[in-house]
Design a protein around this ligand. Structure first.
Ligand code: UD1
Ligand code: CA
Length: 486
């Protein structure tokens, strides 16, 4: 049977999340490149609901701003005071009106829930013709959760919160995940009748189950295959656990699609990263944000790429790259830092102890060693000698340097921007280039060398240097054939 499209998904996210001990609202904590709530919204979108509603309350300005940026399709509903899960749903229905059709209720802090699991719940709900179907799981330790109370025949009777449960009920290991499929019209009526006569003085959404059952409606449960999926994130230990689980899922999907991951335990990939087949990831690789890596490229060891594009067959070793573009067959590192706006052309090279920023380095051009390239355009086939600095900052503003095609910049050059080195030009080692170098010219910008003969024996007499010099002079004199031998 095909999965019926829900009329609405309501995501409850108004709670404070005190156990996170954080200034950041719980549902905005990051996991694999997305906020907790965005993981839930992504899973919910997979069901193609007609409406996506998020209940916000605690730190509402922050959560609302986040949602309007990342989830413009979600409608926020404010629950001023967090009087319980039932109150949250009642607030939604009072705000948007009763919703006819199937209403799925879930939480903003369960990032491991997959669309497939929600779809299975909806399928069961429709198949059994239930008024409500709750997603449950058998857990090793149900402490803190609501327990699913069934009769001898296995029919669901009610959900009892831990704080309201008797010892017999506490021994039940089937927990309430907090995810439910409801008949929207029945929910709208029942949620108004939920009281607050319980240990926490809150309106429990769980009470809707017994209300509907007592009204003579069908109440059912769907047991999740993997209880890990329904576990929420309440503290940082659970956050780390969820991160590990989610990362393993992401890695597995990439490996099945043809990516080699040498060490899954030390490789971290965000949810929105794209990798083509035959990418190889070495240990200690982290791929964040919208990073994309083309077929045959190798990344790592120990590399962190954020919002970076890597071309086919490129090699990136021991590098940190942020908003950079690395061309096909290019090489980066070991030990390179590519900052935003770096564009490295096909077969280009950014080598060891090189930092680049807002720099376009053309096809086949090389910046191999100990260099800073900032605010620059380098043409094709050029080479930047070791230990150069593109001096881009005058203390007030940034300036641009242009290096043409097939240029040879000597070692230890300072290119003081704004400056242009023409096509095919050379610069001499140790130059401080402040003026443009025309195409084909040799730019020399340094003092000529002058040797002061005999300075060490005169001014540093008695030192090892003076002794060494004296021995060298004597050896030279011995080597010169004397007049007697002629
Ligand atoms: C709830 C369930 C419990 C279930 C557990 C699963 C009830 C009464 N209990 O308990 O049976 O086992 O979830 O995790 O429903 N929220 C609001 N507004 C509120 C209260 C809560 O939006 O007024 C949101 C919270 O942000 C959170 C979710 O609802 O995302 C659950 O709230 P929480 O207080 O954590 O419920 P539990 O006591 O854990
Ligand atoms: Ca909870």
């Amino acid at each position: 049977m095909s999965v019926p499209r829900p009329a609405a998904v309501i995501v409850l996210a108004a709670g404070e999340g005190t156990r996170m001990k954080s200034k950041t609202p719980k549902v905005l904590h990051e996991l694999c490149g997305r906020a907790l709530v965005d993981h839930m919204l992504t899973a919910a979108r997979g069901l193609q609901p007609e409406r996506l509603i998020v209940v916000i309350g605690h730190a509402r300005e922050q959560v609302e701003a986040h949602l309007s940026a990342t989830a413009p399709d979600a409608v926020p509903v404010v629950q001023e005071k967090q009087n319980g899960t039932g109150h949250a749903v009642r607030t939604v229905l009072e705000s948007v009106g009763a919703i006819t059709g199937t209403v799925l209720v879930t939480y903003g802090d369960t990032p491991l829930l997959r669309t497939e699991t929600l779809a299975a719940l909806l399928e069961r709900h429709a198949e059994d013709g239930n008024a409500v179907t709750v997603l449950t799981a058998e857990v090793p330790d149900p402490t803190g959760y609501g327990r699913i109370v069934r009769d001898e025949g296995g029919a669901v009777l009610e959900i009892v919160e831990e704080k309201d449960a008797d010892p017999g009920q506490r021994a039940i290991r089937e927990m309430n995940s907090g995810v439910y499929a409801f008949d929207g019209s029945l929910l709208a009526d029942a949620v108004k009748r939920v009281g607050a006569a319980n240990a926490q003085g809150e309106e429990y959404l769980t009470d809707v189950l017994s209300i509907l059952r007592e009204d003579g409606h069908r109440v059912g449960a769907h047991v999740a295959g993997d209880y890990v999926e329904v576990e929420g994130v309440n503290d940082r230990v659970q956050l780390a656990f969820a991160r590990r689980v989610l990362n393993e899922r992401i890695l597995k999907a990439h490996m099945k699609a043809g990516v080699t991951v040498i060490d899954p335990a030390s490789t971290w990939i965000d949810a929105e990263v794209t990798l083509e087949p035959d990418v190889v990831l070495h240990p200690g690789t982290q791929l964040h944000g919208s990073t994309r890596i083309a077929s045959g490229a190798e990344v790592g060891p120990a590399s962190t790429l954020t919002d970076t594009v890597v071309g086919e067959d490129a090699v990136v070793r021991n590098a940190v790259c942020e908003s950079a573009e690395i061309g096909p067959q290019a090489t980066v590192g070991p030990f390179a830092y590519l900052r935003p706006g770096t564009v490295l052309g096909r077969k280009g090279k950014i080598g060891t102890y090189v930092e680049t920023k807002n720099a376009t380095i053309g096809e086949g051009s090389k910046v191999p060693h100990l260099t800073y390239v900032g605010d620059a355009t380098i043409g094709t086939g050029s080479n930047i000698g070791a230990a150069c600095v593109f001096v881009n900052y005058d203390g007030v503003s940034k300036h641009h340097t242009t290096v043409g095609d097939h240029v040879r910049v000597g070692s230890d050059n300072m290119l003081v921007a704004p400056v242009t080195i023409g096509d095919g030009a050379y610069t001499a080692a140790g130059s401080v280039i402040t003026d443009d170098v025309p195409p084909g010219a040799m730019g020399v910008a340094r003092a000529r060398q002058r040797n002061i003969e005999g300075w060490v024996p005169r001014r540093r007499a008695g030192t090892r240097s003076a002794d060494a010099a004296a021995r060298a002079v004597a050896a030279q004199e011995d080597a010169v054939p004397g007049p007697s031998e002629e």
